[in-house]
Structure formats: structure tokens, C-alpha cells
Design a protein around this ligand. Sequence first.
Ligand code: 4AD
Ligand code: MG
Length: 457
Amino acid sequence: MKHTDICEILKDPARIGTQAVVCGWVRTSRDSAQVAFLELSDGTSFPRLQVVVDKNKLDLDPECMKLGASVCVKGEVVKAYKGEGQELNASEVVLLGKCPSDYPIQKKRATLDFLRTIPHLRLRTNTFAAVFRVRSVAAQAIHRFFAERRYYYVNAPLITASDCEGAGEMFRVTTRPWNASEPDEASYYKADFFGVKAGLSVSGQLEGEVAATALGKIYTFGPSFRAENSNTTRHLAEFWHIEPEVAFMELPDVIELAEELLKYLIRAVMEECPEELKFFDSFVEKGLIEKLRGVESSEFAVCEYTEAIRLLQAANVPFRYPAEWGCDLQTEHERYLTERVFLKPVFVINYPKEIKSFYMKQNPDGKTVAATDLLVPGIGEIIGGSEREADPEKLMRAMRERNMDMAAYKQYLDLRVFGSVPHGGFGLGFERFLMYVTGMENIRDVVLFPRSAGSIV
Ligand code: 4AD
Ligand code: MG
């Protein structure tokens, strides 16, 4: 169906006096004896197009007035009767699809909890349309950021036999039906599709390292899967993951790249989605734009893990989990550090080796690894990364300490045997970033169909 995007009509006064065809959904309508007004949205812009129907000239089907109905309108673009911009004087209104009155999206703002029960319709609300426009702009900006810096985009496999994070949070991939007579696990998997235990990847990093130790600078941007049973507002079973991996990169370089990426993405969203951000600022998180401007122009803080523990212990706050050297930072700790101590994003660095993954570079102190998590106000951890252990002996020792199956990591170890180089990278959770930039408080509200423990709507 040939038609013009509503955003084109709204932004271009040169169209005044021309004929146009638009298609869209009725978002509101008003009626009087002589004139009817329809506000149409086709998804291309935040503002809607007002369509004016002179009822003396046009016989308007009452179904076209109903909230949610889809229509195609032909008419003349005119200067808006009230205020700035353009509207459309209809010469023809064709009903494309009726929308009965039990349409779950009504004019009154529904709660996010309710909208989560209708993921197939919630994108028709202002909030979700804005979230997904921002999501698309941010995704494009990610590719632009890396392309401008000559990074190669690689696609890591989603089905894998190795658990990158070693946290045992892998979904299993199998084609075998349950067979209780199997003597042990190994023989069960031997007869399975791949002949070994396989699962959905929790991270593209290990394959990213393969690419980085040949191509230099690479990034992956794809889904990761985690069967973590934490039913929180920050965890999904399926999330999108941006993972740069870079040869010759040490911990300070990892930090620099992460800060540069985050600022670049914030700037892109501020420039390309001003209307969406204004909406989020008014209805979702007061002061959002101010916050983003502040982040974009601030220098992120860097704090040693040991110092972070000292700060938490000195805090006059009753944490649910007391902070002690050696413990993993809980969200309450992370948020205290970034929201109450530093008041801006903070990189915590050099964590105890026991609470981090096997692949992280071991520091000379023998106790810590060259890891970093970036914590941001309102969320906590948004990025996790590190320099990687490049020494095969040290890496094998860390693997042995974790009782890992060396044979399964032969290729990974080879990268350290054949021309090993210092290298590093990080993972940015795309949905966590979107929460941060939109102010949405539940990660389920920045993804099309959220998957989490016990829920696959
Ligand atoms: O800290 P994580 O587990 O690090 C890794 O996976 C590394 N292999 C990354 C790397 O160095 N290449 O995860 C990285 C980020 C987290 O900081 C968080 O933003 C996001 O991924 N993330 C999740 N997002 C949503 N739901 C989940 N269940 C997530 N788990 C991690
Ligand atoms: Mg992490």
C-alpha cells in the first residue's frame, strides 16, 4: 500500500498544500456535529497526526472513530489549525481493521504489571513504543561505535559445549527424550544430538577471544541465555549482550573503552530520541535527561574492590548481607556505592579471584584478578569485564582449582600456547543499558517478550 510515513508529514512544512495518503491506528478521536478528529499513529514518530474530517463532505464509518481501529486516509496536508506543525484534511477514510470495545489498550494509562500480561499489544502504548524506538536507535549506535573504531563484528555460536562463566547457569540443548534407564549422565549425552552435553551460550566471550587473537579488535552483539533462578527486576533468561574483545588490551584500556561506549550510546539516544526522552523524563523517571547529561559529561569513578568493602563497612546502613572482603557485591552494595558514595558510574576493580571467573588475569598479589564491574545509579552492575589470563600455566591452575574439564577447553588454551598476547574485554547487558537510559525499572519492560524463571508468555 503506497503511503507516506506520518513523521515525514509532521516534520516537513513544505508538504502543506500537497496530497498525502497515510495509514495508521486511531489513538484518540473526537466528534462534533460538523467535524470529526482522529489522531493517528503509524509508529514512525512520537507525535501523532491529526486527521480532520468534514462530516458535511464525507460519510465517516463510525468504526473508524474507535480506539485501536486501523485506517487509511487520503487528504490534503494543511497547517495545523492550532499550534505548530501540519495536519491532514481528509478526503477519504478507509477502514482497514475494526477494533472492538474490549480492546485491552484504553485511553487511561494501564499499569506496567497489567501490560506485561499482554506483551503482544503493549507496544501500542506510548511508553512501549518509545522504549522500542530507543532500543532500535541504541542498537544501531552500537554498531556505529565499533565500526568507527575499526572493530570487526563477529557472531559467536549460541549452542555451545562450554560454560563460559562457569556458573552452571546453562540451559541444556538436547533432542533426547527422558530415559530413566540410562546408567549415567555421560552415556545419556553420548547418544544425544551432539554426542556430548550441550547448552545455550551464556556469553560469546570465549569465541570472541578466538577472533580477537587473530583480527585484533572484535565485538559480538547477540543473545545470551542464563538459567538463573533469580526472579529479579534486572535478570532475564534471554538477554542481548554486547561483548568487545581486544588484543593487547589491559585493564585500564578495558575501562576506557567501556566508558567511551556508554557515553557514546547515551549521546546517540539523546540526539536521536529527544521526544522519547522527554516523555520518559515526565512520566517514568523525573530528572532523567539531567541525569544522562551529567553522566555524559562526567568522568566515571574507579574504586578498588578492597576500598569498596571498606566504604561499605563504614556505611551507616543496615545491609541485608554484611560486606566482608571476599564476598560478592550484592545489588544493595553496588547501589550504595554508586548512588550514595560516588553519585555517578563507578568501575570497581581487582576483585578477589574466588568470586570471579577462571579466565581473568591473576594479579601479582596472588589474591585478586584484573576484573572490573561498572556500577550505575538505579541499577547496579551494567558491565562486567576483565583483562584475560594470557599465561597458559596460570590459566590451567585456575581451571584445576575449579575442577574444570581441561579437555573441553583445549582450543581456548591453545590461544595461550600459540603467540599469546595480553587481551581483554567486557560484556554490556543491552537491556540493563536500556533500563538506565529510559528509566524503566523492570527489565521485562525493555524487551519484546521477556523470558524469566517460570514465565514464557
Ligand atoms: O558479568 P557477566 O556475567 O560477564 C560475562 O558474561 C563476561 N563473559 C563478559 C565479557 O567479559 N565479555 O555479564 C555481563 C553483563 C552484566 O554486567 C549484565 O549487564 C548483563 O551482562 N547480564 C544480564 N542481563 C540481563 N539478564 C541477565 N540474567 C544477565 N546476566 C548478565
Ligand atoms: Mg557480572
